[in-house]
Design a protein around this ligand. Structure first.
Ligand code: B12
Ligand code: SF4
Ligand code: SF4
Length: 373
């Protein structure tokens, strides 16, 4: 029985590593200036149609409203870079193949390839992180009574702000958390608890004068350091945003059909990204190598059945087709693509049809220019 809080925190961190988390650190729950920044961001409308960001802004700003009596956030990081995608330096090494990012840029440059962001190619992370966090919370309960709640993007918590405070990394100019040993390809999760464990210190930031993430962003969504206009972000447009996508932004989306990794993959610190320690994030349905046409061909039933347990399932088949139609409209002119698009014109969803028509028009213009229409 560990009743000494210092001993308990060391024991807890060791248990966290055993559960597959790469790091576990503890902060208090004072969010400093983050709530003010959140309100400025909301007031500027940068959350677009993510109304949940607005509705729960007060809870987001004060963890103690969400979990009464909490005084600590036990913050963890779970790496998600799939070995299948990034290779390994040696058989069981957590270090990816040198220059592994090259494969990502190659797929982006291949107009037939469907790009699903790395975090979503395997199992839905919400469940994976929460189940492990629950086991971690049980470790404390076995030694001391405590009131707690576990989170991973599952409730209004400012996860990056808490993790920064705990020293899991620093906030990059792309707004995500990164660190020198693990880059940024990890999920965050936390336990809010009333157990007054000893706290860890934040770490220094190491972005310096770099601004590679800002410059690479295809839609110019990072409007300044630490400032993301979600309305322009491909991750928002392909996942969060329902309905029609601004026609001006469609060509900039390229062949990214679910999420986007560009601002992370350009980051020099992601040379040090770590391979996922848990098998759940390995690609399913070979989403790391699928073609646009192959995925566009999935029926509603196939979509539902193949994406069981994946976060992608939540956007629904119609939004999936909307996203792929944009990518097909951005592909070089081809009769096969043109015909595949035409076959979707009778889809019952008006949004799908609108995007398919846009893509058909782009393909038609290209085929006419090629003298192939
Ligand atoms: C809403 C949301 C989104 C939105 C908006 C993103 C955003 N940056 O706000 C959209 C849909 C665009 C999105 C996209 C992605 N997301 Co997201 N998202 C969230 C969510 C639910 C809330 C984030 C939030 O509070 N935004 C509100 C704004 C105000 O916060 P902010 O941009 O972080 O702004 C802060 C800074 O600007 C700072 N600030 C302002 N001025 C200054 C000045 C200085 C000097 C500094 C240091 C800071 C600073 O203060 C603000 C408040 O803290 C979190 C989970 C959670 N509950 O926290 C996941 C989360 C941030 N997302 C995550 C991921 C993985 C992604 C994607 C990579 C997915 C993908 N591959 O497509 C992309 C990355 C896009 C990007 N560059 O951010 C992970 C990030 C893990 C990590 N390593 O940090 C999280 C933590 C989920 C998780 N549990 O793991 N996401
Ligand atoms: S995820 Fe893509 S679109 Fe969004 S900020 Fe990063 S590079 Fe830009
Ligand atoms: S790309 Fe450069 S500025 Fe952006 S997060 Fe990485 S180090 Fe920081």
């Amino acid at each position: 029985m560990k009743t000494d809080l210092h001993d308990l925190s060391i024991y807890l961190k060791n248990r966290a590593y055993a559960l597959g988390f790469s790091e576990c650190r503890i902060s208090d729950v004072d969010l400093g200036q983050a709530p003010e920044h959140l309100h400025t961001w909301l007031a500027a409308g940068m959350h677009g149609s993510m109304h949940y960001m607005e509705e729960h802004a007060d809870l987001r700003s004060a963890p103690a409203l969400l979990q009464p009596g909490c005084v600590r956030a036990i913050c963890v990081r779970l790496d998600y870079l799939p070995a299948t995608f990034a290779g390994r330096q040696k058989d069981t090494s957590p270090t990816p193949h040198p220059n592994w990012q090259h494969r990502y840029w190659q797929r982006l440059a291949d107009p037939k390839a469907a790009n699903v962001s790395l975090y979503a190619q395997g199992r839905d992370y919400h469940k994976v992180v929460r189940q492990r966090l629950q086991k971690l919370a049980d470790v404390i309960s076995a030694h001391l009574p405590h009131r707690y709640r576990v989170f991973s993007d599952s409730a209004p918590v400012m996860e990056v702000a808490l993790a920064t405070k705990a020293g899991l990394g620093w906030r990059g100019k792309h707004t995500l958390l990164l660190n020198r040993e693990g880059g940024s390809l990890f999920f965050l999760g936390e336990i809010l608890t009333d157990c007054p464990l000893p706290i860890d210190e934040p770490i220094n930031e190491h972005c310096g004068s770099c601004r590679a993430c800002i410059d690479v962003c295809p839609t110019r969504a990072i409007v300044g350091p630490y400032k993301l206009d979600a309305r322009r972000c491909i991750s928002y447009l392909t996942i969060e945003h329902k309905g029609s996508i601004d026609a001006e932004l469609r060509p900039l989306i390229g062949n990214r059909i679910y999420g986007c990794d560009d601002c992370q993959l350009i980051c020099p610190w992601n040379k040090f990204a770590k391979i996922a320690q848990v098998p759940d994030f390995e690609p399913r349905n070979h989403l790391d190598q699928a073609s646009l046409l192959e995925l566009f061909d999935w029926t509603e039933e196939e979509f539902q059945q193949r994406l069981q347990g994946s976060a992608i399932k939540r956007i629904g088949h119609a939004q999936w087709l909307r996203n792929i139609a944009i990518a097909l409209g951005n592909a070089p002119p081809s009769r096969t693509i043109f015909n595949a698009l035409k076959a979707r014109l009778l889809h019952p969803d008006g949004i799908v049809v609108e995007h398919v028509l846009w893509a058909i028009q782009r393909q038609e213009e290209g085929l006419i220019k090629k003298g192939n229409f």
